[in-house]
Every structure is written in structure tokens, then in C-alpha cells.
Design a protein around this ligand. Structure first.
Ligand code: ZN
Length: 182
């Protein structure tokens, strides 16, 4: 269920970007968006501890399958929304940097790792470099360490739905302010 978490990452990155562009002049707004969107990845991934994300597919579980389809629906609705309001290129900045950590860990490092069939892998090449750190944050650092682990609890979808609804509403609200100002 990677894609539903991607929507949460994108919405967080976009919301950060819009707020930065409302309150700061252009060069600073871009720089702040980049820094804060990258940092937001660590927060969203760590908070995802309280949401339903099984690490392996459960295809014979009706709930898992239903949630997979609902997640796909939400993801598609999000993509259509971005295209309809013609914000794709503007949102690219916050959106891209909100998932940069995943691109590095799952894209680049894993590719390097798969190419070298070498048993003596360095720390960097064991894969998921940043996500090793994220696992430590979610387990040891408050407030994340205080969160319940609901990765296998169905009620975790409620947390996810509330989070996305809240982020999407705030994004729409601040986008309205931003567009009125520009
Ligand atoms: Zn991640």
C-alpha cells in the first residue's frame, strides 16, 4: 500500500510549499520548501506507524483487498485533482522533495545493491539507508515512540483517512489564499 502513503507525502510537501510561497519571497520560499519537504518525509514515515500498512500483501484478506482498491481510488482522485486545477508543475517542487528519500533508498540504493552481487556490502549498500534511520526514529524518538503500532490493525485506516482529509482540506484552504494573492 505504498501509493496511499505517497499521497500523504505529496500532500504534506505541497502544503509546505504553498505556505512557504505565501509567507516568504521566492528564493527563500524555494529553499525552505526543499528543506522542509525532505524533513517531512521522516515525520510522515515515522507517524505511519499508527496506520494500516502490512509489509507483505494479504490477498486472501477481504479487508486488505478492499483497502487496496480504496487507496487506489484516493490516489487517482488526487492525481486527477492536481491535473484539473492545473497545478502539476507548480506542485512538482514540494511533491518531488517530499518523496526524495524514497527515491534514494528504494530507487538508487537498491539498484546499486542489486547490481553488485557482493556479500560484503557496505552500510550504505545494505539498502534503505534513510529508512534504517526512520525505523530508529519511529521506535525510539518521542512523540513517535509513543504512537501505537497499528501497521497490522485495521483501525489504522481511520488514522490514514483522517490525516489525508485534513491535509487535503488545509492544502485547498492555503491554495485559495495563495491564488488570491498571486
Ligand atoms: Zn519513505
Amino acid at each position: 500500500m505504498i501509493q496511499i502513503q505517497a499521497v500523504t507525502h505529496f500532500l504534506t510537501g505541497i502544503l509546505i510549499q504553498i505556505i512557504c510561497f505565501i509567507y516568504f519571497p521566492i528564493p527563500l520560499a524555494i529553499l525552505l520548501t526543499i528543506i522542509l519537504a525532505i524533513l517531512s518525509h521522516f515525520i510522515v514515515d515515522s507517524a505511519a506507524k499508527a496506520t494500516y500498512h502490512t509489509s507483505e500483501p494479504h490477498r486472501d484478506d477481504k479487508f486488505w483487498v478492499a483497502w487496496m482498491y480504496i487507496s487506489m481510488g484516493i490516489t487517482m482522485a488526487f492525481v486527477i485533482w492536481v491535473i484539473v486545477i492545473r497545478m502539476f508543475w507548480f506542485f512538482f517542487l514540494g511533491g518531488f522533495f517530499s518523496i526524495l528519500v524514497d527515491i534514494i533508498d528504494w530507487g538508487i540504493i537498491r539498484t546499486i545493491q542489486n547490481k553488485r552481487k557482493n556479500n560484503q556490502k557496505s552500510y550504505w549498500e545494505q539498502g534503505h539507508f534513510f529508512h534504517i534511520l526512520i525505523d530508529k526514529i519511529r521506535d525510539k524518538m518521542p512523540p513517535f515512540s509513543w504512537l501505537p503500532n497499528w501497521n497490522y490493525e485495521k483501525k489504522g485506516v481511520i488514522v490514514e483517512i483522517i490525516t489525508i482529509t485534513l491535509l487535503w482540506t488545509l492544502t485547498g484552504y492555503f491554495l485559495g489564499i495563495f491564488l488570491a494573492l498571486s
